[in-house]
Design a binder for this molecule. Structure first.
Ligand SMILES: Cc1cc2nc3c(=O)[nH]c(=O)nc-3n(C[C@H](O)[C@H](O)[C@H](O)COP(=O)(O)OP(=O)(O)OC[C@H]3O[C@@H](n4cnc5c(N)ncnc54)[C@H](O)[C@@H]3O)c2cc1C
Length: 534
């Protein structure tokens, strides 16, 4: 069953290897975990529902306390702190589970008639406060798309697949693979996030180099709004004025409920493998990545860890003997302290893969890269969706983990990355606390790349103090990002947590245009208030 107060399946746990624990203790000190509230305790805090009875929709809505608790928060660190402490604050008054477009329309009518607020809900994996209800004095109905999870149509000739918007990653791929196709969209939250959520929050998958971001994969579909149904036709391309499809991308549930997604799919590739190369230093590694992308060498995935992330990953990996052998081999080849690990994927036909691999290796070795084959790359692929389970293991030891991500042009990557890292690293020093901070670049473009930073710190003695630590790190770093030519989010979206920082990026006129757009679909501001727009 899904864990009610953390990530993933409650039957699956990842242990942190002993040397990983020792490494963290050395970096931030030993920690004491905070006491978790129990599900029973939290359920007792859920108030009576304010939703009015209505025979037309009653069968669709669940008002039981546990269901409301399970849909009250997403997966950001501050969401975790709220859930784990039991101080959730506002709960939805009920959760609706529509099974069809007409069910969704009935719920929208119900919301209008009874003056409700609505929160569209996909997999609830938001890390920016998107789906958290806020108390504005009106009943809040969360609408989960979980039952709309089927492949509805596959047009093989045009390579277009139509899915119910609530289809989660594993079901998207399983239903397509049964026919020999893939969508190729693999965010790290793949296990739980949904195709509708990907569109609504402009998600990016780990293999976006080959398959594209969700913007490239979303061809059209259906959106049920408070003003009527919006059908987005699938067109290969169009110069017919502004693109309505683009308005739905990143709309974060403010314009309506996406009920069907028509996505561009690909035939399954003949082969795929992931490789690891180590570079002696950051500059060589970063230049190699830039060259690979700007020379249009066809890779399906590319990720570059900085020296601290490389060291951290090797320490947390376990297998000290294997890592020891690797270190000796690398040292012999001149790759020692300060080394940076690059992981890349090659996907396609046999001959194509051979040629792409050869070209990639040539660029890497021209920049001092030492190729180590598929062993570590295979490990990355094996663990790519289970890494979030480490959060649970760290939490049990008294460590809080969060991530910050942005994107910027190549000329600004080092400046922004260094500022983000040092702000996080020094952010808790006034409390005498250290923060362990490390970064990778993970989505690459000719113009620039994304920067993805992870930070680990000890929880404080109480929940409110821990929230204050997080708030300080998050706010100061977010401000720094937007003031230094970074986007407030490359892939996690805006939600409520990033909304205060959006105006710097969009400008006053831009914000007015976004506001006008939401008002034209939802003049009474019923849908997901305070998400996207502060
Ligand atoms: C461990 C972890 C790893 C992550 N890794 C990645 C990653 O690699 N790449 C990435 O892009 N993101 C990542 N995320 C963030 C998150 O998974 C994405 O934002 C994802 O797209 C959210 O999808 P969801 O279905 O869970 O949507 P939710 O969290 O349920 O909702 C997100 C927003 O979309 C709206 N929404 C959802 N469904 C619909 C719908 N059908 N119609 C209208 N609005 C809707 C909601 O109202 C909300 O505003 C990660 C999150 C976690 C916790």
């Amino acid at each position: 069953m899904r864990r009610w107060n953390g990530w993933g399946d409650d039957q699956f746990n990842l242990e942190l290897p002993a040397q990983g624990q020792a490494f963290l203790e050395q970096r931030v000190g030993s920690a004491n975990p905070l006491q978790d509230a129990t599900l029973e305790e939290v359920c007792l805090k859920v108030p009576a529902t304010r939703l009015p009875a209505d025979a037309k929709v009653d069968d669709l809505i669940d008002t039981r306390a546990e269901v409301r608790v399970r849909h009250a928060r997403g997966q950001s660190l501050v969401d975790w702190l709220a859930i784990r402490s039991g101080e959730i604050g506002t709960f939805p008054d009920g959760v609706a589970f529509p099974d069809s477009n007409s069910d969704v329309r009935a719920l929208l009518r119900y919301a209008k008639e009874h003056d409700l607020h609505l929160i569209p809900y996909g997999g609830g994996t938001s890390v920016a406060g998107h789906i958290n209800p806020i108390d504005q004095g009106k009943p809040v109905l969360t609408i989960s798309l979980a039952k709309m999870n089927r492949l509805l149509d596959l047009d093989r000739e045009s390579q277009l697949a139509t899915f119910g918007a609530g289809t989660p990653g594993p079901l998207v791929e399983a239903q397509l693979r049964a026919h020999g196709y893939t969508l190729g969209h693999f965010p790290q939250s793949f296990e739980l996030s949904t195709i509708g959520g990907w569109v609504a929050s402009r998600s990016s998958g780990q293999q976006s180099l080959r398959y594209g971001r969700i913007e490239q994969l979303f061809a059209g579909g259906r959106v049920e709004t408070l003003q009527g149904t919006l059908d987005l036709p699938t067109l290969p391309a169009s110069s017919a004025g502004p693109d309505i499809r683009e308005m739905i991308l990143g709309s974060e549930g403010r314009l309506g409920l996406i009920t069907e997604v028509k996505a561009r799919v690909s035939r399954l590739a003949d082969q795929e493998a992931f490789y690891v190369v180590f570079f002696p230093g950051w500059e060589q590694a970063k230049t190699a990545c830039r060259k690979l992308v700007q020379n249009r060498i066809s890779l399906s995935m590319l990720r570059l860890s900085n020296a601290i992330e490389t060291e951290t990953q090797l320490a947390l990996a376990g297998h000290p003997q294997l890592i020891g052998t690797l270190e000796k081999f690398l040292s012999f080849r001149g790759v020692r302290e300060g080394k940076c690990m690059m992981t890349f994927g090659v996907t396609g036909g046999k001959a194509q893969c051979r040629s792409n691999l050869a070209q990639a290796r040539k660029v890497c070795s021209a920049h001092g890269g030492v190729y180590t084959g598929t062993k570590l790359g295979g490990k990355w692929a094996e663990k790519r969706f289970t890494m979030p389970y480490f959060r649970e293991a760290l939490w049990q030891m008294g460590y809080a983990v969060d991530t910050l991500e942005t994107a910027t042009d190549w000329d600004n990557v080092d400046n922004l990355l260094n500022r983000i890292e040092s702000n996080l690293r020094e952010g808790l020093s006034k409390d005498g606390e250290r923060t362990h901070v490390f970064t990778h670049l993970s989505h690459f473009y000719g113009q620039g790349c994304s920067i993805y930073t992870t930070y680990v710190f000890r929880v404080a003695d109480t929940y409110p103090q821990t929230v204050a630590r997080w708030q300080h790190l998050k706010n100061t770093t977010s401000e720094l990002i937007v003031r230094n030519r970074g986007t407030i989010s490359h892939q996690h979206g805006v939600g409520k947590d990033h909304a205060p920082f959006l105006p710097v990026e969009k400008g006053e006129l831009g914000m007015r245009a976004i506001r006008a757009l939401t008002e034209s679909f939802d003049p009474d501001a019923r849908l997901n208030p305070q998400t996207l727009l502060d």
